[in-house]
Design a protein around this ligand. Structure first.
Ligand code: GUE
Length: 279
């Protein structure tokens, strides 16, 4: 079974669109997302454009603030401060990665946690660890929605997450744990990775290596969620999973493109609406 992220994300955005339309009918203020892009990375420009397009689809306002790569950390902190204070702005997203001369963690911590639609601020991270209500990173949330879409119950299941980033690996592990899965986090220092991943009822691939996981890494009947966003030898978009090799062995799998990526954007809209309501 193919888990169609494009379709599931469309449904989520349709629901948000209805909520925003209701706000408009009631004469209320419209939710607004501010996206900051530093530098000219072409991939980042594509993602930011997709985010703005999603705002238009759901009827939200958006602000794109593009600065060239020489923009300083002090200037960026001042910009974030002004957006924190701007009553019209509900969500603030600084597109990552930022140039080397900017301290990423300092930027994340400068964003008002109530406007932190990425869910990367330490106070939102703490809430996630404690299973309290807060803003949760978009990609991990999107993956939970994909499991919900196929009615997959994580309770008692073995989940193996490969990758330990703050953006994907760690938060998705916590979400699975909170649904009573047995969670293993594997990474570049894991010995016998194949032995670990072959135990997985749910395999979450988030290492950034094109087509790394072939069928020898996957248990028969597993569910595979592919977070990879890579280019293959023909410069075609591909995931961390060798889709063609794995597809016949699994219960369900997410494609790339059209899988986790579109879900990330839909959940960004959802987080922006959540920030709006909280404010
Ligand atoms: N502060 C911050 N927040 C992020 O959420 C964030 C970020 N920085 N930096 C970069 C990564 C990457 N990311 C993607 C979102 C959507 C697609 C997406 O829509 N992908 C399409 C294909 C897009 C294409 O054609 O290239 C798909 O998979 O079907 C991909 C990648 C968000 N990120």
């Amino acid at each position: 079974m193919l888990i169609n992220g494009k379709e599931i994300s469309k449904q989520i955005k349709e629901d948000i669109k209805k909520e925003v339309e209701l706000l408009k009918e009631e004469g209320k203020r419209i939710p607004c997302l501010a996206v900051i892009l530093i530098g000219e990375d072409p991939a980042s420009q594509v993602y930011v454009r997709n985010k703005i397009r999603a705002c238009e689809f759901v009827g939200m306002k958006s602000m794109t603030i593009s600065k060239d790569a020489s923009f300083t950390q002090e200037e960026l902190l001042a910009l974030i401060d002004s957006l924190n204070k701007n009553e019209e702005v509900d969500g603030i997203l600084v597109q990552l990665p930022v140039p080397d001369h900017i301290d990423e963690q300092a930027i994340i911590e400068a964003i008002d946690p109530i406007k932190d639609v990425d869910g990367f601020h330490p106070s939102n991270v703490a809430k996630l660890v404690l299973n309290e209500d807060g803003l949760v990173p978009c990609t991990p949330q999107g993956m939970m929605c994909m499991l919900d879409a196929i009615n997959y119950d994580l309770d008692g299941k073995e989940v193996v997450v490969v990758g330990r980033s703050n953006i994907v690996g760690k938060p998705v592990s916590l979400l699975c744990l909170h649904r009573n899965a047995t969670v293993t986090i594997a990474h570049s220092h894991t010995g016998n990775l194949r032995d670990v991943t072959k135990r997985a009822d749910v395999l979450i691939a988030a290492i950034g290596k094109p087509k790394f996981f072939d069928s020898s890494y996957v248990k028969e009947g597993a569910v595979v969620l592919d977070v990879g966003m890579n280019r293959d030898e023909n410069n075609k978009l591909c995931g961390d999973v060798d889709f063609d090799d794995v597809v016949d062995k699994v219960q369900a799998i997410t494609p790339v493109p059209g899988g986790v990526g579109p879900m990330t954007i839909a959940l960004l809209m959802s987080n922006t609406l959540k920030s709006y309501k909280a404010r």
